[in-house]
Write a protein that binds this ligand. Structure first.
Ligand code: ADP
Length: 695
């Protein structure tokens, strides 16, 4: 450890922290910020230390490392907490946690009195939650000036900007020990990044001296494809022609808690934590080829990398407040990111970075810095959270952000919250909103649970919420592609013609009926670890709901297909209330739907939906959708049939909405966009076709 650059600055760091409530620390990725700062302050006798990480995988992996360095079992003196998993005890003195979890903790205790040091790590990532925490810390250091130290660390962040934000607090620069990295550009952009990465990696492997290769791809699918191609090619190389190679994927999709806690579970041997494997050194005369998402850019440092292959792209989720639509776009990285990626090659000796794009692209096209998440996310959850804090001096609309979100997205968040009863017409949080904020779920699902509790279907709603929370790791292929759907490899339930939420419920209930049989998952193409995760999430949500309801609830999954529940009326009603912002009406002439709300737009049911396999004529007149995604056509993902009579009160509420009042009378930036609300009161039960639907 003595070799980590930050260690040489220990005295200076500790002294500066001693004298100042807020300190910004800038240091190269891998210089030891995440693992060492907490230990330094722990050694100096500071009380409990919180270190936030924007990524779950990083929180788990760094906690594990620090526990190892201190020679203590993970979960005792050093622990971590991520959504749906807390691995700490009353002995924990150094706690790694995601920024979202710290925000949630401050709900119960806005002063965060438990901690004497709060380190906001990886602030350069500009995650939405870290940005909000930065804003909250400004208040916290004021109210707890005598007994709180705040450190903000970053690999690349503009230190002066943060320093100014905190009344010119000191900025410590920890010079990194970076070896020169030769940057090689492609002459032109390749037609396939996957093929170009494959070719470049093989060239390096065959011709270049030892040293690991790190390849940046955009997502899990591409990573898996490239790993498999690399494995084939490397295997085909003549024995003895070059050294051995181990190919390793690295991405954040595996639920880290499963990587960590279930390693001993015999069913989960194969999911032995990715981060465990990338941190083990390779055997002699063997090169590792690590194929990663941008998680390896700054969050996780893999030692031994000498060659970096940079596609120049990253997958980014963006939210458009004017359409309520998400898109998962592959976008060009910023110059800061490109430099970070290159830097990964020069940690242990001089390295090489192969940029699969021309230098002109780097200079002329890449943005200087990455757009902060706060400027490309839906803010409904954050606004609800800030409102629920009930701090007289915190007003979301005047909140002091490092970079403020647009007023359009703030207003979008307020409208969303109003429609699901989380705030009243004056923008004040309601009692429902306060309870919703306690659930670690997006507002639509939190509201659904509250309503389900009133309708006596909390058990079903808990299952749906848990299944949706784990969906990315749940069903490989099974519900994902149309092709597979037409040739099902199992006879999973079909949602009874009512949609995806109902199908998810039925799947879980069937599994519950088998007493959580692992073989059942395999036979039905369901991921074992995903289903175990759902069970765990469901249990935790049940506990929180019992607390909110202040009494026992019947939260057992029914485990049987109850004849009386076949139309799942109460659950669908609860979903309609929770998803009041996400409703759509069938439009015959568009072979699809039109969303109800401020920017009604024509959308279709996503091909992965259980509904999309139904005959067109059977599509319900009204649906709720879990999210709207542009891929690039606008699609609704996860839809559920609802009834017109449940929609009417929501439309009435929409009609009565006054954005000016909602915003507390300030900042009425834009005239309300022309509302696109069907007048259901005058309408026949048949779906009316309005003139503009025919264009
Ligand atoms: P920074 O926060 O400045 O990017 P870190 O403290 O994360 O730096 O990393 C410092 C060193 O610790 C790096 O060499 C990294 O490889 C190593 N390290 C971090 N986490 C682990 C882990 N879980 N296992 C093994 N080594 C790790």
């Amino acid at each position: 450890m003595a070799t980590l650059p930050i260690v040489q600055y220990e005295e200076k760091i500790v002294e500066t922290v001693e004298r100042n409530p807020v300190v910004v620390i800038i240091g190269e990725t891998g210089s030891g910020k995440s693992t060492q700062l907490s230990q330094m302050l722990h050694r100096r006798g500071y009380g409990k230390i919180a270190v936030t990480q924007p990524r779950r995988v990083a929180a788990v992996s760094v906690a594990r490392r620090v526990a190892q360095e201190l020679g203590v079992p993970l979960g005792e003196e050093v622990g971590y907490a991520i959504r749906f998993e807390d691995r700490t005890s009353h002995n924990t003195r150094i706690k790694y946690l995601t920024d979202g979890v710290l925000l949630r903790e401050s709900l119960a205790n806005p002063e965060l009195n438990e901690y004497s040091v709060i380190i906001l790590d990886e602030a350069h990532e500009r995650s939405l939650n870290t940005d909000i925490l930065v804003g909250l810390m400004k208040r916290l250091v004021r109210v707890r000036s005598s007994n709180l130290k705040v450190l903000i660390t970053s690999a690349t962040l503009d230190g002066e900007k943060v320093s100014k934000f905190f009344a010119d607090c000191p900025v410590l620069n920890v010079p990194g020990k970076l070896y020169p990295v030769e940057v090689l550009y492609s002459k032109e952009r390749p037609s396939s990044y996957l093929e170009a990465s494959l070719k470049t990696a093989l060239d390096i492997h065959i011709h270049e001296p030892e040293g690991d290769i790190l390849i940046f791809m955009t997502g899990q699918d591409d990573i898996e494809k490239l790993v498999s191609k690399l494995e084939d090619k490397v295997r085909a190389l003549e024995e003895g022609s070059c050294m051995d190679a181990i190919i390793l994927p690295l991405h954040g999709s595996l639920p880290p808690e499963l990587q960590e806690t279930n390693l001993t579970n015999k069913h989960l041997k194969n999911v032995a934590g990715l981060s465990v494997r990338v941190f083990s050194p390779p055997p002699p005369n063997c090169r590792r080829i690590i194929v990663a998402t941008n998680i390896a850019e700054t969050s996780l440092t893999v030692d031994g990398v000498v060659y970096v292959i940079d596609s120049g792209y990253v997958k980014q989720r963006q939210y458009n407040p004017s359409s309520g639509m998400y898109s998962l776009d592959v976008v060009q990285i910023s110059k800061v990111q490109a430099n970070q990626r290159a830097g990964r090659a020069g940690r242990t000796r001089p390295g090489k970075c192969y940029r699969l794009y021309p230098s002109q692209v780097y200079h002329d096209e890449l943005l200087d810095v990455t757009v902060p998440e706060i400027q490309r996310s839906s803010l409904a959850g954050s606004v609800l959270y800030l409102k629920s804090l009930d701090l007289p001096d915190i007003d979301i609309l005047k909140f002091d952000f490092l970079d403020p979100p647009s007023s359009e997205s703030l207003q979008d968040a307020l409208k969303q919250l109003y429609l699901i009863d989380a705030i009243d017409e004056n923008g004040a949080i309601t009692s429902i909103g306060l309870k919703m904020a306690e659930l670690p779920l997006e507002p639509s699902l939190a509201r659904t649970l509250m309503e389900a509790n009133n309708y006596g279907c909390i058990s079903e709603a808990l299952t749906v919420a848990a299944m949706l929370s784990a969906e990315t790791t749940l069903l490989p292929g099974q519900r994902k592609t149309e092709k597979k759907r037409k040739h099902p490899i199992s006879n999973l339930p079909d949602g009874s013609g009512l949609g995806d939420h109902i199908q998810l419920l039925q799947i879980y209930e069937w599994w519950d009926q088998t007493d959580y049989d692992i073989g059942w998952c395999k036979d039905n193409g369901m991921q074992v670890r995903g289903m175990l995760f759902v069970r765990d999430v469901r249990k935790q949500l049940s506990q929180i709901m019992q607390k909110i309801a202040k009494g026992p609830l019947d939260v057992r999954a029914s485990g049987k297909m109850d004849e009386f529940r076949q139309d799942y009326r109460n659950l669908r009603k609860a979903l309609c209330v929770g998803y009041a912002n996400q409703l759509a009406e069938r439009k015959m002439h568009h072979n699809g739907y039109r969303t109800l709300g401020f920017q009604g737009q024509v959308v279709q049911v996503h091909p992965s939906s259980v509904m999309s396999s139904d005959e067109l004529g059977k599509f319900p007149d009204y649906v709720v959708y879990h999210e709207l995604i542009a891929t690039p056509r606008p699609y609704m993902r996860n839809v559920c049939a609802i009834e017109m009579k449940w929609v009417i009160p929501i439309i009435n509420k929409l009609n009565s909405l006054d954005v000016y009042k909602l915003s507390g009378g300030i900042d009425h930036v834009e005239e309300e966009s022309e509302k696109n609300l069907p007048d259901l009161s005058k309408k026949d039960v048949e779906v009316a076709v309005t003139a503009d639907d025919r264009e």
